[in-house]
Design a protein around this ligand. Structure first.
Ligand SMILES: [Zn+2]
Length: 298
């Protein structure tokens, strides 16, 4: 008799255990479904973070599915602290590094980035300055076994609905320019209706050559050329792009006086909302391809 009772109890426990297990599995499936849905929905935005690296440039782009592009690295180690704010603790790689040009305020910070992260792709122009800094960078790229792209105007990259279209340098520019700033990799990035223009330290002499059909006549976000110097952001370019937002990457109290007052006045003529890393810290722009949201650190 007790054997029967025991077996009955066992079957009750087994069936109860089975129900609990099924319920747990269902809950787990539901959790993963919701988590996947949230991550899917949560990444359908393009994020552009203008990092606060003092007097220099470093911008981190994260595409809707998490492809990371770092443009320049600033002039010191501060880029590492800035990246920590945007990358997960477990993130040990950056998909693409774009070096606009090999000046110290753009390149130096990339060297520790190469130490800390695996870099998969590297984009540069073909300009060679042969500075010792550039030589170290070239060694790092080779050590890293990163895929190298040497770009010129007309080249493009497409990731997650985001397009990077190179506007400068033209293939022949580099044969006659002596100014490394004018070798800056310059490109328009578009996602839906949102557009971003990055011109590195390109001077206004070359800005008219950027006005091609791929450059929208109204830009959502313009990263002010050459840290807001009056040698860039000429009238012709600004009257064409009429940027809704402008971001200046410059150091607080920098000795160059960046951004220059003339540039601010030129931008205000087009009602551009101007942000500067010098006063706002890092600046994050998020877009779903339609609306633009700008957040500042300070
Ligand atoms: Zn610079």
């Amino acid at each position: 008799m007790w054997v029967k009772t025991f077996l009955k109890s066992c079957s009750v426990i087994t069936s109860l255990y089975g129900k609990v297990a099924t319920l747990l599995i269902l809950l787990l499936c539901l959790f993963f479904l919701i988590a996947t849905l949230f991550s899917f929905l949560g990444h359908k935005k393009l994020e552009v973070a203008f990092l606060n690296v003092g007097q220099g440039d470093a911008t981190l782009i994260t595409t809707p599915n998490g492809y990371q592009i770092l443009i320049d690295g600033g002039r010191d180690l501060s880029v590492l602290g800035e990246l920590k704010k945007y990358l997960s603790y477990f993130d040990t790689s950056i998909d693409m590094v774009i070096l606009t040009h090999a000046d110290a305020d753009h390149l130096t910070g990339l060297l520790p980035v190469f130490e800390k992260f695996t870099i998969r792709h590297v984009v540069t122009s073909s300009y060679v300055s042969s500075s010792s800094l550039e030589e170290i960078f070239e060694e790092k790229v080779v050590e890293e076994k990163a895929v190298r792209y040497v770009v010129s105007s007309g080249d493009s990259f497409h990731v997650d609905g985001v397009t990077l279209y190179m506007l400068h340098p033209k293939k022949d520019t580099l044969t006659y320019t002596k100014d490394i700033n004018n070798a800056s990799v310059t490109f328009i990035m578009t996602y839906g209706e949102a557009s971003f223009l990055f011109t590195g330290d390109l001077s206004s002499t070359y800005e008219p050559s950027l006005l091609v059909k791929q450059l929208p006549k109204k830009i959502s976000v313009y990263k002010a050329g050459h840290h807001g110097s009056n040698t860039s952001s000429g009238e012709l370019l600004l009257s064409y792009i009429r940027p809704t937002y402008t971001v200046v990457s410059a150091g607080e109290g920098n000795s160059y006086g960046h951004p220059h007052q003339e540039v601010i006045e030129r931008l205000l003529k087009y009602n551009s909302h101007i942000f500067s890393t010098a006063s706002s810290g890092s600046i994050t722009v998020v877009t779903d391809g339609k609306s633009i949201d700008v957040q500042t650190e300070k």
